[in-house]
Design a protein around this ligand. Structure first.
Ligand SMILES: [Zn+2]
Length: 407
């Protein structure tokens, strides 16, 4: 069998056949010829006339320890729609210097592991991994994600201190991120609304958010019929922060009085934050020891659990009464952190009730926050808005990249 025939069978490059192969100690170069006569513009238009030509190499998946390159004399055409453009080749995305199989493998890995592992395994630079993600994610995003949105959530994320933010818009029903805009101003969210068809905006029933005024203003203007809700995630953040303050006061003032070993103080802090139903017997016992000896911590902990109940177990028809009782209880608790919190909750009463009545859960915003921590931990960095945006889409945009062997 001829070498070129063997490589034809091995590589099965769509729409092309192998014309020559050269092998060195480290690399294999495979020269390709396109089967189609007519040149194709990336826009889909075809043309018989070549504008000019040049040789290009695409990195393909390794062949054992050899790097494999596809080589082809690529042509530019004069497209009546786009002007002078480089022809479309079936094995790679437009302007790419890696094959589609190579890029898809990088994406699949990047959604699962850290950047060092991806670049080591694929034998390419870190920057290449990031560039591939940034460039291909747009193509893979499903444009249907923006249709039929009916309960959306919007949140800001800080990607570089100080004051570098993105506005992330998600779909509560699919738990996916549907859109990302730079900044966190009224204009950031308004830009998203302005890109939607009017009929798509009409279907939006509710918009959940944190307490910020900017998003409320944009929503009231562009989707006046949508109900504005406060995300349970942010409400629980406020409550947990207040609880932390009560605990910090207790541990600094009463450390000597309360009988807990120093290791237990650390554990009990975690126990306080853990949901009551998820506590182990040991943690529960620690918590009881502390709350028996410090009434304020005990009261603060019960208030935290009662707020969790509002979003988890309280029937929507009883939400108003539950929250009103909570506010009264917190306001009269005599615990400064909670009397202040009671005022803040009271101010957002309508938005919190709307979240319960419409069944807005923590899932979306919690998912966004934990994915961002993961992206950080995997070393993809937050240095540019573009790379963070791509990584959020890759992990939360419903992309689900496939390996070449899974297609
Ligand atoms: Zn074209």
């Amino acid at each position: 069998m001829r070498v070129s025939t063997a490589f034809n069978r091995l590589l099965k490059i769509p729409g092309a056949s192998v014309s020559a192969v050269s092998i060195t100690d480290t690399d294999v170069e495979v020269e390709l010829r396109l089967r189609a006569r007519r040149l194709e513009c990336p826009c889909g238009h075809t043309s018989p006339a070549t504008y000019d030509r040049s040789t290009r190499r695409w990195r393909h998946l390794d062949l054992g320890t050899h790097r494999l390159w596809l080589v082809y004399e690529i042509r530019r055409i004069h497209c009546p729609h786009c002007g002078v453009r480089t022809e479309h080749v079936p094995w790679a995305r437009p302007t790419a210097r890696h094959t589609r199989d190579f890029e898809d493998t990088v994406l699949w890995l990047a959604a699962r592991t850290d950047r060092t592992s991806v670049s080591t395994l694929m034998r390419c630079a870190w920057e290449t991994v990031t560039a591939i993600i940034n460039r291909t994610v747009d193509e893979l995003l499903d444009t249907r994600r923006l249709e039929r949105l009916y309960r959306i959530g919007v949140d800001e994320i800080c990607y570089r201190h100080p004051h570098k933010y993105l506005t992330v818009i998600g779909d509560h029903d699919t738990k996916t991120v549907v859109h990302i805009e730079p900044g966190r101003s009224t204009e950031s969210l308004a830009a998203f609304y302005e890109q939607q068809h009017e009929s798509d905006l009409d279907s939006i029933e509710s918009v959940s958010m944190d307490g910020s005024k900017a998003y409320r203003v944009a929503t009231e203007e562009h989707v006046p019929n949508a109900r504005i809700c406060f995300d349970p995630f942010h409400v629980m953040q406020w409550v947990n922060r207040a609880l932390d303050r009560v605990f910090a006061d207790a541990s600094s003032a009463n450390r000597r009085r309360i009988e807990l070993s120093s290791g237990s103080w650390r554990k009990v802090r975690i126990a306080l934050r853990t949901g009551a139903e998820r506590l182990t017997d040991q943690r529960r016992a620690l918590l009881d020891t502390l709350t028996d000896q410090d009434q304020q911590v005990g009261h603060a902990w019960r208030l935290k659990e009662q707020m969790r109940d509002l979003f988890r177990v309280v029937k929507p028809s009883r939400a108003k009464r539950h929250l009103r009782t909570w506010i009264d209880d917190a306001a009269h608790s005599g615990i400064p952190a909670f009397t202040m919190l009671a005022q803040q909750i009271d101010k957002h009463y309508d938005g919190i009730i709307a979240a319960v009545e419409l069944g807005i859960s923590n899932g979306l915003i919690e998912g966004i926050n934990s994915k961002i921590r993961l992206i950080n931990a995997r070393g993809y960095g937050h240095h540019s808005a573009e790379s963070l945006t791509s990584m959020i889409y890759l992990n939360l945009g419903g992309i689900d990249p496939k390996l070449p062997t899974q297609r």
